[in-house]
Design a protein around this ligand. Structure first.
Ligand code: ADP
Length: 505
């Protein structure tokens, strides 16, 4: 382990890894000295601790980020920023495996996925490193011909990033890489369930040579996040998490007119038409709801299937779902890990019971696995609920677990209507071999990402974000960079003639 990790004895006398926060280029504990534990969801045991930051710690981090804006970072050229970001990308590669193991231990996501995510991080940092010196303003022919008018694209300032527990470093990259490219400074607040990978990652920032205060990490729960969004020194809040918390974040940012980017929940429909390749569609449905144990905002949690193929599709799903290999998420063979923490497991259980009480039928799963090897972990079987009507709560509310709701439709019109009958609008998929129908339906669905004959594919150069209550703004791609820039218009008078002070223009 690295130098910011020290082992401390916890009250049960076992060894827990303790990582410090990174503020203004220093490794620090909370001013109060308080810490909190994180639990490995595979065995239910505490394995690490992190400082519990209070408002004074948060202020220290935001002040450091403000100072850094006008320090060496602020006077660097865009190309120099790009060089530093590239150096960071290069440092991630040799540490990717270690970061993946830390994250899997924190949130139970299977190592084959966390490894893939970490292996992809350098490309995201490189993409935005390359974009840093391609940030251009415009020259504009204003109607006042005695003026030369141009725009500059300037960093928005201090960015506060509040992150969830399901993909900490992957989601951090889509915020931090463009923010650094734009010239912003940054304070990250990872989720209380998963602080360790971000604290470990901070070491690479330090090693890369970013000036102190450019990147800071504060750790803690919702109170720490709330203190961060309330800090008047924060110019932009970027948040990924639940819609309910997104609303609180937006209200808090409104108090000091901070800009927001919000990536929130979803209840995404996976729509299968009768002419679809059923095998491919079944694979897509499985990927959409059971990969990452269903704990992704883009989960394809509503299966909309044409009634003529409903039985065939459900039968195949019911055959395959129980074969999913659950086990130690650090084992490369494991396909589905545990639910990330105990409260989330309870939430999943609650919704399955609720679905049954609303009239749905459990086709498979519906409870914790019987396997004694899995008894200590927060495992839940891959679950399929059929006979779901779109008005039921299991079809309307985000469960964030391996629970699929099967809903039937009889026409394209009805599929679109049900697909759009949600407060969310994050993603959707259309399964059909009819190219006209594919595009027609894709255009009519209200969601930020539509897959045709696929599911759960993202890239660092393709914009990503939600319609409706799934969010505000876009991440990734050039739009993801724009989110960290603001435009300044500059008017240069060319003639030197004096003007009437009481006339506009
Ligand atoms: P979940 O994804 O488990 O539903 P949240 O969306 O509430 O959880 O959490 C996502 C992130 O938001 C976490 O880092 C959490 O600590 C943080 N958070 C929770 N409540 C608030 C709040 N009121 N203000 C700012 N951040 C918060």
């Amino acid at each position: 382990m690295t130098e910011n990790v020290v082992a401390i004895a916890d009250r049960r006398n076992s060894e827990l890894q303790h990582r410090k926060m990174y503020i203004d280029g220093n490794w620090v504990d909370a001013i109060s000295g308080e810490v909190f534990e994180t639990i490995n969801p595979y065995n239910g045991q505490a394995w690490a601790t992190a400082p519990l930051a209070g408002p004074a710690d948060v202020k220290k981090a935001v002040d450091a980020a403000r100072r850094a804006l006008s320090g060496p970072w602020g006077s660097m050229s865009a190309a120099q920023r790009g060089v530093l970001i590239r150096r960071l990308a290069a440092l991630i590669e040799p540490h990717a495996d270690e970061l993946a193991r830390i994250e899997t231990t924190d949130n139970g996501k299977v190592i084959r996925e966390t490894r893939g995510q970490m292996a992809g991080l350098p490309a995201t940092y490189e993409f935005f490193a390359g974009a840093a010196d391609k940030i251009f303003g415009d020259t504009i022919s204003a109607p006042q011909t005695n003026f030369f008018t141009y725009t500059r694209r300037e960093p928005i300032g201090v960015v506060a990033a509040i992150l969830p527990w399901n993909s900490p470093l992957f989601l951090l990259a889509s915020k931090l890489a463009p923010a650094l490219a734009a010239g912003c400074t940054f304070v990250a607040k990872p989720a209380e369930q998963t602080p360790s990978s971000t604290l470990e990652f901070a070491k690479l920032i330090d090693e890369a040579g970013f000036p102190p205060g450019v990147f800071n990490v504060v750790t803690g729960a919702g109170d720490t996040g709330a203190a961060l969004t309330a800090e008047p020194g924060v110019d932009k809040v970027t948040f990924t998490g639940s819609t309910a918390t997104g609303i609180a974040v937006m209200k808090s940012a409104a108090d000091h007119i901070a800009e927001v980017t919000l990536e929130l929940g979803g209840k995404s429909p996976n729509i299968i038409f009768p002419d679809a390749d059923i095998d491919a569609a079944v694979n897509g449905v499985m990927a959409g709801i059971f990969a990452a144990t269903g704990q992704t905002c883009i989960a394809g949690s509503r299966l909309l299937v044409h009634e003529s193929i409903r039985d065939a599709v459900v039968e195949r799903l019911a055959q395959r779902a129980p074969q999913i290999k659950m086990g130690d998420p650090l084992d490369i063979e494991t396909e589905m890990g545990p639910i990330a923490f105990a409260e989330q497991l309870e939430k999943v259980r609650f919704y399955v019971d609720l679905g049954v009480s609303e009239g749905a039928t459990v086709v498979c799963g519906g409870e914790r696995p019987q396997d004694t090897d899995l008894a200590d972990g927060y495992f839940f079987q891959p679950t399929i609920l059929s006979g779901v009507d779109n008005s039921m709560r299991v079809a309307r509310e985000e469960i964030f677990g391996p629970v699929l709701s099967v809903i039937t439709f009889t026409s394209e019109e009805e599929a679109v209507q049900i697909g759009n009958d949600t407060t969310y609008g994050l993603a959707a998929a259309v399964w059909t071999k009819d190219v006209q129908r594919a595009h027609r339906v894709a255009h009519r669905l209200n969601a930020g990402t539509i897959w045709i004959n696929s599911y759960r594919v993202l890239a660092n150069n393709v914009p990503y974000g939600g319609f409706g209550q799934s969010g505000i703004g876009r991440e990734n791609g050039i739009e993801g960079l724009d989110a960290y820039l603001q435009t300044k218009s500059i008017w240069v008078e060319l003639t030197g003639e004096s003007r009437d002070p009481f006339k506009l223009g």
